[in-house]
Design a protein around this ligand. Structure first.
Ligand code: ATP
Length: 513
């Protein structure tokens, strides 16, 4: 399947099986807002739980909170969001479509780099084992030409961002001859800044002062609670505060399904450290997070680090973990060393001291912060797109397979009575009752057994447990593994143990040690 087909397939599969629906679909939907259906909600919850437990439960010095979405409006003045949470926008005069200028340029650079990669790929296939990729990349004229071209645009773009020079950003678009994908023309407007925060009114509607924002990130809820948590939790530096929750951004280029949404969920952790140790912790969190991503078992080539082109003025290091989505490598998670900027800003705007007394040093200071910030919906898309496959079997037939890590699957086992009579469905219910305290399991008796297997393969259920006439005699069942399709006869009493070892969240968490 080519990437475009795969992406279309992901969207239709997610609707067909109840993972994701368009929001308010009966009214033709709301752009870039999505609802998670019965299976999607389970998968999303499992991903959230995995993140939460790996942060909070696996680290003695990290605790979790749940702050409100609404915050005092001054929070967003202090954080810089009121004045500077902007995207550079450009309109095409012919199609009247609006784009993010930075995205147009980044996509253009990615296309040029893809040409170089294609050239390398061709040579790799041609020369086989003896191929020296690094040498080829640094010497082949066609590859070099494209790499140099992309690098030159990147350098120019970086400078324009640093100078906040929107005219130059527009000029890059013109010089690169970037066209509107809809109209195909280069008839562009000026580049303008657009604030991404949604605002609404709290209490009586008329007064200006009652304007509140839907939070555009969860991090500020952590910063304003930093001292509350530190004091009541008696936290000693270094320590972290984690949080998951909804965030809202009035995204302009709202496309690519759940990759870029207007309402989405973030999972963020702010790690408070002694000034001067932040780079050490930044490197620690880079390693820790990439290791976490690799436990999904997608291989080492699916994730890569991408250093930020332009550092925010308060950051002294920042990178993204990018994932190879069906539409190419894109940001999945950000890791940022944010200095003491946020806490100092909140000190200044609130007039309250937000210092930490370091008993070892016998001094007080405002801690430095290293943050890890990941979008739950983007993680969902990464895991979903990587797991969904069409597989050709030995007999030439095909099956749709969702090869999710067992521990994350929405349904862990389907208990299937071979026939819908003779006490077999009741026996299946008994097994459900045995497993339901630890695992989300289902039972279904309708359709031929092969059809039921296929349906469960397509939603990622790791185990199908078949109840047959022998079960009634000796309390054994057939346990079918989703990936290998192998069936083994096991005692009902063994099921929980097998599933604990292979399909529980703790089995995944253990890989982090
Ligand atoms: P992008 O450059 O893609 O807009 P960002 O750099 O603005 O992302 P951050 O502010 O660092 O993103 O947010 C942290 C994480 O939140 C991102 O890595 C991403 O996974 C997620 N995220 C941000 N915006 C959205 C969105 N509109 N929809 C879904 N997830 C998002």
């Amino acid at each position: 399947m080519n990437p475009e087909e795969l992406f279309k397939n992901i969207i239709s599969h997610s609707k067909e099986y109840g993972f994701i629906f368009q929001s308010s679909e009966i009214y033709d939907g709301l752009s870039s807002v999505y609802d998670y259906g019965q299976l999607g909600a389970e998968l999303k919850k499992n991903l959230r739980d995995y993140w939460w437990k790996s942060m909070v439960q696996m680290h003695q010095n990290i605790v979790g909170i749940d702050a409100a979405i609404f915050m005092h409006p001054t929070t967003w003045k202090a954080s810089g969001h009121v004045d500077a949470f902007n995207d550079p926008l450009i309109d095409n005069k012919d199609s009247k479509k609006r784009y993010r200028a930075d995205v147009l340029i980044e996509d253009h650079m990615a296309k040029i780099m893809a040409k170089a990669d294609k050239e390398v790929e061709k040579a790799k296939n041609k020369f086989g084992e003896t191929f020296d990729e690094a040498l080829y990349r640094s010497t082949n004229p066609r590859v070099l030409e494209n790499i140099n071209k992309a690098n030159a645009i990147e350098a120019r773009f970086k400078q324009a961002l640093e100078d906040n020079n929107l005219e130059e950003v527009r000029q890059i678009i013109i010089d690169c001859e970037i066209v509107c994908p809809i109209s195909g023309t280069k008839n562009w407007t000026e580049v303008r800044q657009f604030n991404l925060m949604f605002s609404t009114q709290i209490g009586s509607v008329s007064e200006e002062a009652n304007t509140v924002y839907l939070r555009p990130e969860t991090a500020q809820g952590i910063f304003v609670n930093y001292l509350n948590v530190q004091k009541t939790g008696r936290m000693k530096i270094p320590f972290g505060i984690a949080q998951t929750g909804k965030a809202f951004r009035n995204e302009i280029v709202a496309r690519q399904f759940i990759f870029r949404m207007r309402e989405f969920e973030q999972m963020e952790m702010q790690f408070f450290v002694r000034p001067g140790t932040e780079i050490e912790w930044y490197n620690y969190w880079k390693e820790t997070r990439i290791k976490w991503h690799r436990t999904f078992g997608f291989g080492d080539n699916k994730h890569r680090f991408h250093d930020h082109l332009k550092l925010a003025h308060y950051a002294n290091a920042a990178c993204d973990i990018e994932f190879n989505f069906p539409f190419g490598f894109k940001e999945l998670e950000g890791i940022h060393s944010r200095s003491d900027f946020d806490l100092k800003q909140h000190e200044q705007f609130s007039g309250k001291k937000l210092q930490y007394f370091d008993a070892e040093l016998n001094e007080s200071y405002v801690p430095y912060v290293v943050e890890t910030s990941i979008g739950l919906d983007r993680l969902f898309l990464a895991v979903y797109s990587e797991s969904l496959k069409e597989e050709t079997l030995a007999d030439g037939s095909t099956r749709t397979l969702m090869s999710l890590p067992f521990a994350l699957a929405p349904v862990k086992a389907a208990i299937l009575p071979l026939v819908n009579k003779d006490g077999l469905p009741e026996k299946a219910d008994e097994i459900v009752n045995l497993l339901k305290y630890d695992f989300n399991v289902t039972t279904e008796a309708k359709d031929a057994i092969g059809k039921r297997y296929r349906r469960n393969d397509a939603i990622g259920t790791p185990y199908c447990i078949t109840v047959d006439y022998d079960t009634m005699e000796n309390n054994t069942v057939t346990l079918r593994n989703r990936d290998t399709m192998e069936q083994q006869r096991v005692a009902i009493s063994e099921l929980k143990g097998i599933m604990d070892q292979t399909a529980s969240l703790s089995s995944l968490l253990k890989q982090l040690d």
